[in-house]
Design a protein around this ligand. Structure first.
Ligand code: SF4
Length: 328
């Protein structure tokens, strides 16, 4: 039997701002407005350069949701010559493209015109559904309203944006909630065909947060959720697990197909205590029955369908060709 192909993307992580309007009880990422809360263009350029130097193909822009709703943030934006944070993000996506990296932006809840504007400079985008349940951990977070999240994912489908979503496991949801969340995502994909992958991310407690002492999902339950996802989701939608937070070898054996972004040069700024394993170490631990294959942040079927903006066409073609040659 040929080995199973498991995919990953080599990326750099750019946490553009730690300012966020939400107050999730498990969050160790959010910071108040103040020095260092917004990455400046020079800092972004240094990370992009390092990404290019270490062979990355993806610039992952992840940041707090709607930071402009937080008092004082406008002055931070003014310092970089911008009035709108999404305009600033667009500008930095163009910088990434100029360096030869494909932007993938996780911007939180957006309306359709906002998504359309970012889609012009992104190869793919993402928003975790997290859960369809209303959990206590999200009581201070208007952006975690499941209906608002579903509306954003649906708008991305109408706009034909190759999209990543997922579940955060262990934040107070039940097994029935997980099933409902997966069925919701499967339904959105059947309708719009835009879901590339569904991350099953285990909540990892962080010191100084409201859920610092909360238990994580037991290993057996995590495995069962991966199996459930593989049953519920259409086959073409990858089930993704994070190799810096979980035992990827076990979860791949349970049916996971993808390891998401693995960075050779930047940390996971959401879970800074959990370094990514080196790709060679991952390959070894997955064993001889698994072939670990690099992919772009836009999956091949969306490249074939032309679901990317014309701005990105030369780069998508060039990087697709580069990976093809590497894998010959
Ligand atoms: S939305 Fe993200 S950044 Fe904002 S508080 Fe929640 S987990 Fe933290």
């Amino acid at each position: 039997m040929p080995p199973r192909r498991i995919t990953f993307s080599r990326n750099v992580f750019l946490p553009l701002t730690t300012v966020c309007r939400n107050r999730c009880a498990y969050c160790g990422f959010r910071r108040p407005v103040g020095p260092g809360c917004l990455m400046h263009p020079g800092e972004v350029a240094a990370v992009l350069d390092e990404g290019v130097r270490t062979g990355c193909t993806e610039a992952l822009f992840t940041f707090g949701e709607r930071p402009e709703e937080v008092p004082g943030f406008a002055a931070e934006l003014e310092a970089v010559g911008e009035k709108s944070f999404l305009d600033y993000c667009r500008r930095l996506c163009l910088d990434a493209i100029a360096c030869g990296l494909l932007p993938h932006t996780n911007a939180g809840v957006l309306d359709e015109p906002e998504l359309a504007s970012l889609a012009e400079v992104n190869a793919s985008m993402g928003l975790m559904l997290e859960t369809t349940a209303r959990v206590k951990a999200h009581e201070g977070s208007p952006g975690k309203d499941p209906e608002a999240r579903i509306a954003t994912i649906e708008a991305a489908g109408r706009l034909r944006i190759p999209f990543t979503t997922g579940l955060l496991l262990g934040i107070g949801e039940t097994a029935a909630d997980r099933l409902e969340s997966l069925e919701t995502i499967a339904g959105l994909h059947r309708r719009y065909g835009h879901i590339q992958e569904v991350i099953l991310q285990n909540f990892a407690p962080q010191e100084g947060t409201g859920m610092a002492g909360a238990p994580t999902i037991p290993a057996a339950e995590y495995c069962a959720t991966v199996r459930l996802a593989r049953e519920v989701l259409p086959r073409e939608v990858a089930v993704q697990v994070p190799p810096n937070l979980a035992d990827a070898t076990t979860l791949v054996a349970c049916g996971a197909d993808d390891l998401g972004g693995v960075s050779p040069c930047s940390i996971d700024h959401i879970n800074p205590d959990h370094p990514w394993p080196a790709v060679d170490a991952l390959r070894q631990s997955l064993g001889p029955d698994v072939e670990l294959v690099e992919r772009l942040c836009i999956h091949p079927r969306y490249v074939e369908r032309g679901w990317y903006p014309t701005t990105l066409a030369p780069l998508v073609r060039r990087l697709s060709e580069r990976l093809r040659e590497q894998q010959l």
